[in-house]
Design a protein around this ligand. Structure first.
Ligand SMILES: *[C@@H]1O[C@H](CO)[C@@H](O)[C@H](O)[C@H]1NC(C)=O
Ligand SMILES: *[C@@H]1O[C@H](CO)[C@@H](O)[C@H](O)[C@H]1NC(C)=O
Ligand SMILES: *[C@@H]1O[C@H](CO)[C@@H](O)[C@H](O)[C@H]1NC(C)=O
Ligand SMILES: *[C@@H]1O[C@H](CO)[C@@H](O)[C@H](O)[C@H]1NC(C)=O
Ligand SMILES: *[C@@H]1O[C@H](CO)[C@@H](O)[C@H](O)[C@H]1NC(C)=O
Ligand SMILES: *[C@@H]1O[C@H](CO)[C@@H](O)[C@H](O)[C@H]1NC(C)=O
Ligand SMILES: *[C@@H]1O[C@H](CO)[C@@H](O)[C@H](O)[C@H]1NC(C)=O
Length: 385
């Protein structure tokens, strides 16, 4: 109550002094301790409610030189504010597995839901998920660190997040979101630590970021369209993936991945679908990709895992791989495994991949892949017309 009054006073003061609606809500003023031990969830929630309820363009400030611990946090909209800025300058740490509180079954340390016109500026800040207490138990229902769900016109920039128990950032049901200069760091052997997962979202741009993870740097799955990915330095990790698709009715279309580097990643540009399932992946382009010792640089995999479903197969068509340069770890430069129903309109153009192991020259293998190939080494004469 005290803190609510404080913020109200600040709002009153600022709007009186400057006649503007600019409000700054510092979590410290709402009782956050920031000693890395006290659970600051309640204070953050109060600061959020004040920001969300303010008119104009409030800022939620998470100040530097503090370490904030949460058990669970859900920041809910819709908000009254025209735009909201979250300025993360301090450090946020997750509790260990043993003191984790199930966040209302949301399965994420921080849930931001139905907040439109939000900007998150993480310059100088950091979120550490302390995943090491979770990783040994691969079958445990591990949480992600941050999920944005149903947030439209979202901007996230200069944001560093590390060591998630599972995926780092999940974007679900969002429209028009931009992620720039995102740094994700987790050990190469940490399980399922995707950098950014995109599901059921459209008009998404992810750019100029560094991702070192134990799984996909970026995974774009069911229900997503118009997603651009550019300027990503990925590795270690499992590259940039479309899928897995087919568990539900999964459609992914209009994906453009450009100007990315994949360094010592397991996969490079990958589309993975379950062998049976519904949905499609179409209008997908990967271009201007630099490879360093990637195990499977170009990989369409229609036999990913096994999942009981219908007798249909996910449709894969209109996939372009253009302008790939560099080395594959061994001979497996291009693998197009298209299952019984095949994949169509695959374009391979201006590709030059050499093996880093001279004894295993780069090669291309196809199963039921149809399309055209030009200026490509290895030559992929197995591609059917
Ligand atoms: C996308 O969101 C940004 C940030 O809120 C906004 O400036 C821009 O106009 C939006 N674009 C579209 C097409 O909605
Ligand atoms: C997103 O931004 C665009 C362009 O400014 C605007 O037309 C649209 O209404 C915004 N959507 C939301 C949910 O704020
Ligand atoms: C992001 O990662 C890159 C490469 O590891 C590093 O050079 C850069 O300083 C990092 N940025 C921040 C804000 O930590
Ligand atoms: C993605 O890139 C295409 C082509 O460069 C552009 O037309 C489109 O607006 C971009 N979309 C987003 C969400 O950045
Ligand atoms: C490619 O991405 C890098 C890293 O973000 C950026 O510095 C460079 O300008 C980009 N090049 C092009 C041609 O977009
Ligand atoms: C799958 O979704 C698409 C697009 O939403 C729809 O057109 C199609 O009918 C759906 N298929 C099935 C089998 O549900
Ligand atoms: C394509 O490469 C294979 C070996 O990878 C080789 O046997 C074949 O002659 C090549 N075809 C052409 C047309 O260069």
């Amino acid at each position: 109550m005290q803190s609510l009054i404080t913020c109200t006073l600040i709002i009153a003061l600022i709007s009186t002094c400057f006649g503007s609606y600019d409000t700054s809500c510092n979590v410290i003023d709402f009782g956050a301790v920031g000693d890395g031990k006290t659970d600051d969830s309640a204070a953050f929630l109060k600061a959020w409610e004040s920001s969300c309820g303010a008119e104009g363009t409030p800022t939620l400030l998470i100040p530097p030189n503090y370490v904030f611990l949460f058990s669970a946090l859900i920041l809910k909209g819709p908000c009254k504010a025209t735009t909201i800025l979250i300025k993360l300058e301090g450090k946020i740490v997750a509790p260990t597995k043993y003191s984790w509180v199930d966040n209302n079954n949301e399965n994420s340390l921080i849930v931001i839901t139905k907040v439109d016109r939000l900007t998150v500026d993480g310059t100088e800040g950091l979120i550490d998920g302390f995943g090491s207490s979770w990783w040994p138990c691969k079958s445990c229902p591990r949480p992600s660190i941050l999920i944005f769900q149903y947030c439209n016109n979202l901007t996230v920039h200069d944001f560093t997040v590390s060591n998630s128990p599972k995926s780092h950032i999940h974007v679900h049901g969002c429209e028009n979101a931009t992620f720039s200069r995102i740094n994700v760091t987790a050990p190469a052997d940490s399980p399922n630590t995707d950098g950014i997962d995109v599901t059921f979202s459209k008009n998404i741009l992810i750019q100029d970021s560094y991702m070192q993870t134990g799984d996909d740097c970026i995974a774009i799955s069911g229900g997503s369209s118009s997603v651009n990915v550019t300027g990503i330095a990925c590795g270690p990790g499992h590259g940039i993936s479309i899928g897995s698709l087919g568990k539900r009715n999964d459609t992914v279309e209009g994906i453009h991945v450009r100007n990315c580097s994949l360094t010592k990643t397991k996969y490079g540009a990958r589309i993975k679908t379950f062998p049976v399932g519904i949905g499609c992946a179409k209008q997908i382009t990967f271009e201007d990709i630099t490879l360093v010792e990637t195990r499977y640089p170009i990989f369409i995999d229609k036999n990913y895992d096994s999942y009981p479903s219908t007798n249909e197969e996910v449709e894969v068509s209109g996939v372009t791989f253009r302008g790939f340069q560099g080395t594959s770890f061994d001979g497996k430069a291009i693998t197009l495994d298209c299952g019984e129903s095949g994949c169509y309109d695959i374009v391979l153009d201006q590709i030059n991949i050499v093996s880093s192991l001279p004894a295993k020259p780069a090669c291309c293998s196809c199963n039921n892949a149809h399309g055209t190939v030009t200026s490509t080494v290895p030559n992929c004469s197995c591609l059917l017309s």
